[in-house]
Design a protein around this ligand. Structure first.
Ligand code: GLN
Length: 533
């Protein structure tokens, strides 16, 4: 394909309609036809990135290979497409303003008054176009966060309006996602919110090309015609997105609705090539037809909000599917578990995952849970803070290091088994200052970890400040908790195992970020395998 095509996805009526999943599903269908596709998320909030946001505010913070702290939708993009994203795939208003203000301070604007239009909108356009031209993608799908009508999304809407004018109709396309609510009392599906939302877009100069209607019930043909007529779109451009049991079914539904075909026709592209969705369908078949079932526990402090552990939840689903196992997850609040109820809470669980986190809230609950899994030979998977808790637990209860802790929780601990890295000690700023992104790790052969990966050299993504304290390495080894993955450049311990245990693996990195439908993460796969046997 000669030039990159740009597809803009907006949302109306309400937030949380699943723009990210629709964007990822369309991308999947285009990719299955042989096109190279990437997806970008524009977030209208003023934080420079979501790294400093509390997970209760915005769900998980997703980390890319290049160490960008990004919106969790990027996780969906990678899980669907199996292609890494980067900082360029997530732009926030904070980042746009930061860049414009830096240019102003440098004098780049040559004395001009710096304004939302054209300076902010130009910067937004630059970020959109850069993604397409830098990597020569056939398609860039840009999702605009928030809901049309929000004050803060106006510059984005204006920027993408201008792009159609600049690039031409056959190179750009607008997809608008809305909700068609069902009113129980009258037994009807209502289209008025969609009509109003399209009107709002029109006021901003955008006529959507395709409407995706989120609904709980099947839309009749009459309803589709009505929407097409009043919103000024083609009949086949009214696409139904009905609620489904798993997000992984959405690409198949979108294919049935011919979303990809309509997109290609509108952009005057070849529609003859059939999409190859066989691997995707095989995954779905396994996901929906499990042969066994297990129940595992996930101990964390944000369990009230499942989005806080999005990538972990999805990685468990991928691993469950490949093992043909239905994995039920019991979410356990780390603040609600202690010595008195640990047995009651964890008994009968076939595996335990201790989640990442920051700060000392709920930390003792995590440590108590690790002890239960270690002493009862229950498969254990510790991720980031989860590994650190395993190290602390082992120090206190096996090495008898009284009051051992991480210096994150207790600065004066007599046994700082988890401690700040030297190069982190002087840092006071919070944003973007952790060990972030992909780092190499060398795995020892003959370990559970090697059994999973089957290779010695891996790269995994990090997001933390604290590390295993190498001062204590010999004591751990002697007592039976062994470092099996080491960063070859810095000697930092990245993976610990207890070889005498059925399956006890703790990792300093976040394997969940790299698990995709096509490549479920090997550690999750083998953890789930260990829970079944
Ligand atoms: N709070 C720990 C650290 O900063 C662990 C971070 C995490 O679990 N992502 O090292």
């Amino acid at each position: 394909m000669s030039s990159t095509k740009y597809i803009f996805v907006t949302g109306g009526v309400t937030s949380s309609l699943g723009k990210g999943i629709i964007s990822a599903s369309l991308a999947k269908l285009l990719q299955a036809r042989g096109y190279s596709v990437t997806i970008q998320k524009l977030d209208p909030y003023i934080n420079v990135d979501p790294g400093t946001l509390n997970p209760y505010e915005h769900g998980e913070c997703y980390v890319t290979e290049d160490g960008a702290e990004t919106d969790l939708d990027l996780g969906h993009y990678e899980r669907f497409l199996n292609v890494p994203t980067s900082q360029a795939n997530n732009i926030t208003t904070g980042r746009i303003y930061q860049s414009v203000i830096n240019k102003e301070r440098r004098g780049d604007y040559l004395g001009k008054t710096v304004q939302v239009i054209p300076h902010i909108t130009d910067e937004i356009k630059r970020c959109i176009l850069l993604l397409g031209t830098k990597n020569k993608f056939d398609f860039v799908i840009t999702e605009i966060g928030g809901t049309v009508g929000d004050i803060e999304s106006l510059p984005y809407i204006e920027a993408v309006r201008q792009l159609k004018w600049e690039l031409g109709s056959f190179n750009t396309l607008y997809i608008h996602l809305t909700l068609v609510p069902y009113l129980q009392a009258s037994g009807e599906l209502k289209t008025k919110p969609t009509q109003h939302s399209v009107k709002e877009l029109l006021e901003n100069g955008i006529q959507p090309d395709i409407l995706v209607l989120r609904t709980e019930r099947e839309l009749t043909d009459d309803l589709r015609r009505k929407v097409a007529l009043f919103c000024n779109v083609d009949h086949e451009a009214v696409v139904q997105s009905i609620d489904v049991s798993t997000i992984y079914e959405v690409p198949i539904l979108m294919q049935k609705e011919k979303l990809d075909l309509t997109v290609l026709q509108k952009l005057r592209l070849d529609t003859n090539q059939k999409p190859d969705l066989e691997p995707w369908k095989n995954f779905l078949k396994k996901l929906k037809n499990p042969k066994t079932k297990v129940k595992i526990g996930l101990v964390g402090k944000y369990v009230e909000l499942p989005d806080a552990y999005k990538s972990i939840n999805e990685a468990i689903k991928h691993a469950g599917a490949i093992n043909e196992c239905d994995v039920e997850v019991k979410y356990i609040h780390s603040e609600n578990i202690d010595e008195t109820n640990v047995e009651k809470e964890l008994k009968g669980l076939k595996g335990l995952l201790v989640a990442p986190g920051f700060g000392d809230r709920g930390i003792e609950g995590k440590i108590v849970s690790v002890r239960y899994a270690r002493e009862n030979n229950i498969p254990f998977f510790g991720i980031c803070l989860g590994l650190q808790c395993a190290v602390i637990e082992f120090a206190r209860n096996v090495l008898h290091f009284d009051k051992a802790h991480s210096t994150e929780m207790s600065r004066k601990t007599p046994y700082p088994v988890i401690d700040l890295m030297e190069d982190q000690k002087g840092i006071t700023e919070k944003g973007g200052t952790m060990r972030l992104g992909a780092y190499p790790c060398k795995i020892s052969q003959g370990t559970k970890t090697f059994e999973a990966y089957q290779i010695e050299d891996i790269q995994e993504r990090h997001r933390h400040r604290y590390e295993f304290n190498n001062l204590y390495i010999d004591e751990y080894k002697k007592a039976g908790m062994v470092p099996v993955g080491i960063n070859p450049e810095t000697n930092l311990v990245e993976i610990m195992e207890i070889p005498s245990h059925k399956w006890f693996v703790g990792v300093q990195f976040h394997p969940e970020y790299k698990s995709t439908v096509i490549n479920p993460h090997p550690l999750f796969v083998n953890f789930i395998k260990a829970t079944i046997s």
